[in-house]
Design a protein around this ligand. Structure first.
Ligand code: COA
Length: 318
């Protein structure tokens, strides 16, 4: 059997930090409201000329350095993003060039919004398990600040910018035990950016019915925890760490409760990062691994929920 496993991670956050006090000076809100309802204290915002690919490059370089491998041994690049630099080429192709990878490896983007990294990880895992590829760079990166309406207090306090990267490698031991992907396009009106290429629209910013998204996310993530454990014949007590998408502390707490996991076993970056969409899970993973909290051999449950709606999970032995 061939399995994939994570051999290295990397993360990048833009230099500029925006705290809640700055938002209070812009919109009708308060530090107390934001912290109590979302768990966010501050977030990072990209510089005006800083792009998704710029952030992806920094995160990928850190992962490559941590893996101590030559970038030209990568044989596939996947970037999960909803905010690509250009319509085309894909951010993954731009990234391949930036990293000096000249081995003609496959490179493409995946768009599943906040679940994008889980989708990308799942695709990469399948390529490795099939024997087709041995080393894959998976990046999640988003510059949400470009699609935020800074007058909409229901969204601008939540979303932020950042990138994370992992390198997956083929091996004889898992690694990734299973991934689970879902979507339901019935709920597009609850969370969207109603503008694009074939349907331009006049409001190219996020629109969200936060309260309804919240309820759907809590229920759905509870279900995917059950699905993931059942697929692997595991019980809640087998999970060492929950590595959730950092959307809202109350959604994360509800999922931890479902798993009977104490919050010390939940990787939390939301207070400092906000919701960085595709970057959220790999950034959280990288922060817990570099801090030495997640240790080799431990079992991690990764889960995410996003616009679409999309949702997914991955069960991993680190
Ligand atoms: N500051 C102060 N008040 C705010 C506010 C803000 N930034 N944003 C909304 N409010 C107000 C609302 O206008 C509303 O006021 P009203 O009662 O006078 O109408 C009140 O707070 C409650 O609004 P509601 O939307 O019910 O709040 P909530 O407790 O659901 O929290 C979210 C709002 C957005 C924080 C929460 O719904 C959420 O996080 N949802 C999930 C979002 C998410 O995870 N999206 C990404 C998925 S990847």
């Amino acid at each position: 059997m061939i399995y994939s496993r994570i051999i290295a991670t990397g993360g990048y956050l833009p230099a500029r930090v925006m705290d809640n006090a700055e938002l209070v000076s812009m919109i009708d809100t308060s530090d107390e409201w934001i912290q109590e309802r979302t768990g966010i204290r501050k977030r990072h915002i990209a510089a005006a000329d800083e792009t998704t690919c710029d952030m992806a490059e920094q995160a990928a370089r850190k992962a490559l350095a941590a893996a101590e491998i030559d970038a030209n041994t990568i044989d596939q690049i996947i970037v999960a993003t909803t905010t690509p630099d250009w319509i085309f080429p894909s951010t993954a192709c731009l990234l391949q060039e930036r990293l000096g990878i000249n081995n003609n490896c496959a490179a493409f983007d995946v768009q599943a919004v906040c679940t994008g990294f889980i989708y990308a990880l799942s695709i990469a895992d399948k390529f490795i398990r099939s024997g087709e590829h041995k080393r894959i760079l998976v990046v999640g990166a988003d510059v949400n600040s470009r699609i935020i309406d800074w007058t909409d207090r229901g969204t601008c306090v939540i979303f932020a910018d950042g990138a994370g990267a992992v390198i997956l490698e083929a091996g004889t031991e898992p690694g990734i035990y299973s991934t689970h992907l879902h979507a339901n396009g019935k709920y597009t009106d609850l969370l969207n950016v109603p503008a694009g290429v074939s349907k331009p629209g006049d409001y190219p910013y996020m629109k969200m019915k936060g309260n309804e998204v919240f309820k759907f996310a809590v229920n759905t993530l509870g279900d995917i925890v059950d699905e993931t454990l059942a697929a692997n014949n595991l019980t809640k007590s087998d999970i060492d760490w929950l590595v959730p998408h950092q959307a809202n502390i109350r959604i994360i707490t509800a999922t931890a409760k479902k798993l009977d996991l104490p919050m010390e076993r939940v990787v939390l970056t939301i207070a400092e990062h906000g919701n960085t969409s595709g970057g959220s899970i790999p950034l959280a993973l990288d922060s817990a691994i570099t801090a030495g909290d997640i240790k080799p051999g431990e079992i991690l449950l990764l889960e995410a929920f996003g616009a679409g709606f999309t949702w997914g999970s991955a069960l991993i032995r680190y």
